[in-house]
Write a protein that binds this ligand. Sequence first.
Ligand code: UD1
Length: 340
Amino acid sequence: MKILVTGGLGFIGSHTVVELQNDGFEVVIIDDCSNSSEKVLEGITSITGKTPIFEKIDLKEKDDVADFFKRYHDITGVIHFAASKAVGESVENPLLYYENNIGTLVYMLKELSKKERSNFIFSSSCTVYGQADEMPITESAPVKVAESPYGNTKQMGEEIIADTCKVTQGLNAIALRYFNPMGAHPSAEIGELPLGVPQNLVPFITQTGVGLRDELSVYGNDYPTKDGTAVRDYIYVVDLAKAHVIALKRLMEGKNQSNYEVFNVGTGTGSSVLEVIQSFERVSGKKLNYKIVDRRPGDVISAYADTAKANEELGWKSEYTLDQAMKSAWVWEQKVRNKS
Ligand code: UD1
């Protein structure tokens, strides 16, 4: 039961490696360390008592990917996180995103197609829904025109996998459409480590709380929502990691209903930006310095998941509340900053 986790040193990847190892799987990580550090291996080892195999490979190097699968012919499942994820950067440098996110996916699927049987989990995103017409969002909601090359790579990625599954008998795949991942492992041994100024809300809040940033800009308070700020579905990263293990087992046990399936991974609860700030203030006991600024271009008003399919068919449900997830993010942030 050797599982390849690409991008396994990243935020969601590292938490998934922990859950896989805790479940008895043997893990091989591929990561190019372009947005992560080998030090994450120490965190994984201290939580699980096991060090995963690590191969520093750039998945854009097609020959290295082929060579990897020759050396590890006993890989029975792949969880593919490795990808670039900064929306703004993708607008400025679309080819980087198409090469990193699409090129590498194609090489991976080519290798898996050569196997008699393979199981593949893909990191997709609720970004494929754009501004959905109805809340909560079900998996059958239409895919909207992508707002960015990053978003487009998730849509195209799903299509490439679906097309490949149609003609590849032994290939079984699940795309997990994540809502907004947040938090850190309860041990505070691994967590989110954004490079430079965080683009995402929760790390920006915790960095402001710890004094690394002066104030948070809240992007817009004139949205048609409960308090005027945009609404998202914040999912605890360990809950999200567990969804990957459950999805992988579903494929391994042949419980999937078709060889390509899609599931939302969210909590089903929408929280506004102000509610997320209030959650931070509750769990930290600190007032957060913030100001309201203009809307951020490309942001949707509201996105939260209908989780019925994931709950009933996949048999997965989120467990952590927003406050619990926020607490873990805060503990992690304080630990990281005290170290440096
Ligand atoms: C963003 C991406 C999404 C991607 C995801 C990956 C956009 C438009 N969307 O999701 O495609 O899959 O990251 O992590 O970039 N906010 C503030 N101030 C801040 C930061 C965020 O008010 O400094 C607000 C945003 O306007 C939004 C909410 O907080 O309403 C969440 O933002 P963010 O964490 O960036 O996630 P998304 O935009 O939902």
